[in-house]
Design a protein around this ligand. Sequence first.
Ligand code: UD1
Ligand code: CA
Length: 463
Amino acid sequence: MTTRHGSAGRTLTAIVLAAGKGTRMRSALPKVLHAVAGRTMLGHVLTAAREAGAGRIAVVAEPGQAAVEAEVAAIAPGARVHPQAERLGTAHAVLAARDTLAEDADDVVVAFGDTPLVTAATLTRLRAPLAEGAAIAVLAFDTDRPTGYGRVLTQDGSVTAIREDKDATDEERRVGLCNAGLMALSGRHALAILDRIGNANAAGEYYLTDAVALAVAEGLSVAVVRVEEAEAQGVNDRVQLAVAEAEIQSRLRRAAQIGGATLVAPETVFLSVDTVLGQDVLVEPHVVFGPRVTVGDGCVIHAFSHLEGASLEPGVTIGPYARLRPGAVLETGSRVGNFVELKNTRLGAGAKANHLTYLGDSTVGAGANVGAGTITCNYDGVNKHRTSIGAGAFVGSNSALVAPVAVGAGAIVGAGSVVTADVPADGLAVARARQVNRPEGARLWRATKGLVRKPETKTHEKP
Ligand code: UD1
Ligand code: CA
């Protein structure tokens, strides 16, 4: 008898099936590269496999899909990619990884690249029966909407087969226990069973699910491990993609709240899997967190802000309507107000850019004040250039800082300036045409046109 934590010490190989465009997605992108919560579906599954302790990971993909290979390399470096030239079914796909299967493993888990919600904990639960002697464990869920899924057929409480929707009788179609697609196989039996799967079915495909009936016929034991329907969601079209997104978002929102962030209207806040929110962060309604955002303790994200690749130190306030793009780093206590965009910019501690501003490829020193409408002209049409604004500097409203340019510490730039040369520390730059006032000039101009000034109209006249 093995211990209750029977998987400890057993080696695990994960095979992730990712071939095929997924025709029902109607997309130029391979199905498994569609993203949910800022990470590709394939990325989610690979991450779960890694976290479940898979020492060996293999991905089966259509040959020549560089984007799929790049994603594998990024998320699971060292994972092997096996090409499946023809898409002949899920069993055929697993066998495309024959070279990996031939390398001994105690347990093999097959996961689908289009079932992104599955967690590492579930993969661990799925393989557990193998340590107790099962040859196969299938992951299943109960649903009242089983259409499209393979049905898990049982007799006297034991699994006998999985029947694909296309091949099922009317009676079998009424079965609500569905195959989530994931399967754990004992490494000892896997190849022998898979090699015996044929393709005599409605689709003419080699079904991985046929492994169940074959194992049962040989007197091997097959276990069913149940999972919540929400986690088993497969994605075959964009409607299901949105269902998966909604499920992941509710998980992420909940985790953020449990972690100490206030989401005033959680259903309007969109997070990425890697979003990090500190304690006592306040997120107002309608905020989008793209990938790679870290928010420190006590920050306030006002409504309608959009963040991506940004890092906020504690006590920062942004928005409403702030846009933080990749490379935005906001140091402690700095503030970004409405209609302000930051890209590849470091805003120093306590610095402010409160209204209608674009800061790109720049550094703003501690305590600097960037006035309304300030724009860094960082792009000359060919190259990007840097702007630096020193600590404690004051940039007057509606200034254009033409990069490369530096405003020294403590310097002042007069409103409406177009700054093309460096401003020395503590210097004052005014870079705009001097105003000219001509007394009576307006009256004289009108006279040349034969015009007179319109009488003042009263706006709140009584009838
Ligand atoms: C599959 C299961 C079904 C289950 C459902 C759960 C089989 C035969 N059917 O059906 O019982 O209820 O998932 O979502 O296993 N793939 C390849 N190569 C192939 C075929 C598929 O790599 O030749 C990959 C796909 O990229 C996809 C996954 O395997 O990620 C599943 O294939 P799909 O065609 O979506 O299977 P379903 O019809 O959804
Ligand atoms: Ca599917």
